[in-house]
Structure formats: C-alpha cells, structure tokens
Design a protein around this ligand. Structure first.
Ligand code: SF4
Length: 191
C-alpha cells in the first residue's frame, strides 16, 4: 500500500539538507514584498474609507465630450466630467488624469468622480452604477453605491462646516502631496 505520509516526509528530508537556490530565495523575497505592499495599500484604502476601484479597459473612441457643467441645487454642487459614456439608459462619467496612479486611485480623485456620478444621477434621473477614472497607466471603475453616495454627502457637509472656520486640520498623511503644494511656505502642518 502507498503511504503518502512517509513518502512526503522522505522527500522533505531529502531536500532539507540541500542549500536553497539563490534564484528561488530571490523569488520568495519578491513575492513576500509584493504581498506586503498589496496588504499595506489595501489597509490604507480601508482606513481612508475610499471605495474600491477595479481596472477596466475602454475604447476612447466611444467617449463623448461634455460641453456644459451639471448643477445640483440640493447638494450645491456643480462640475463636469471630461467624458460621458452611454451604457444602456445610463451615462457613465469619465474623469481623465494626466498623472500616473499608484496601485489604488487617489482618494481626492475618487470623491471627485463620485461627485460627477451624483450630478449625472440628479440631472438625468438615471443613476450611473459606476464612474471611470483614467490615469496614464491605469483605468479604474469606481462603483457608485448608496454607501459611496452617503460618504460623498458627509464629506460635502464637512467641507461646508470647515468653510466658515479660520483653521482646518490637515486631511491627509501624504508627504508627496505636501511637497507639491503651493501653500507649503506658509503652512504650519506640512509634512
Ligand atoms: S503643505 Fe499644508 S496645505 Fe499644502 S498639502 Fe500639505 S498640509 Fe495641506
């Protein structure tokens, strides 16, 4: 009868004494690093409350330019996405960024796109199920769920509350963003 346990333990004992191939070690190290960076990025995204984005591919030929800004009096919000894509009865807003993205889209860009989703929903009466965020190196689909809409409305309420105050705390922990900021010379919270 074949004894799998004893056969495997014999194989392991054979390989245990051999030095590990440096290439295998390097591959293992790279794999561990990849897992670490993926976990860290996912953890930061969950902490920031920024919705998930999935990478999609889309034909730019299908995109139509938006001529006039949308406006919603209830949310006191105006703006226009770069493009709209027709999908069934819905219009999908598309925001195009000239920058490269990290593994995850930037939080401020996600909320900008969600604001366009809200404007398109309220202007056309058809709720877009998602919006598209296109960077130079990646394109993300950002779902527009009721929870995302609520997060956007909460953020707008916070912004309005801060508008009247003379002092606002830094809203991020991103040194790269501070390094590019035009207020850096006078800001007492720069990183
Ligand atoms: S320098 Fe100040 S204002 Fe500019 S991004 Fe950093 S914290 Fe914000």
């Amino acid at each position: 009868m074949l004894n799998l346990c004893s056969d495997f333990s014999g194989d392991l004992a054979d390989t245990a004494g051999l030095p590990l191939n440096p290439l295998i070690l390097l591959a293992l190290l790279l794999l561990l690093l990849a897992v670490f960076f993926f976990w860290r990025s996912h953890f930061q995204r969950v902490q920031s409350g920024v919705p998930d984005g999935r990478i999609i591919y889309s034909d730019p030929q299908l995109w139509g330019k938006v001529e006039k800004p949308f406006f919603d009096a209830d949310a006191m919000l105006t703006g226009k996405p770069d493009y709209l894509v027709k999908q069934g009865d819905c219009f999908i807003p598309v925001e195009v960024k000239s920058s490269f993205s990290r593994v995850e889209p930037y939080g401020s860009h996600v909320f900008q796109l969600l604001a366009y989703c809200l404007l398109v929903d309220r202007s056309t009466g058809m709720r877009p199920p998602y919006g598209i965020l296109k960077y130079r190196n990646r394109t993300f689909a950002i779902d527009y769920t009721p929870a995302q809409e609520e997060a956007l409305l909460d953020l707008l309420t916070d912004i309005r509350a801060d508008e009247g105050s003379s002092y606002c705390d830094r809203s991020h922990n991103d040194p790269a963003r501070c390094s590019r900021c035009g207020f850096r010379s006078i800001c007492d919270q720069k990183l």
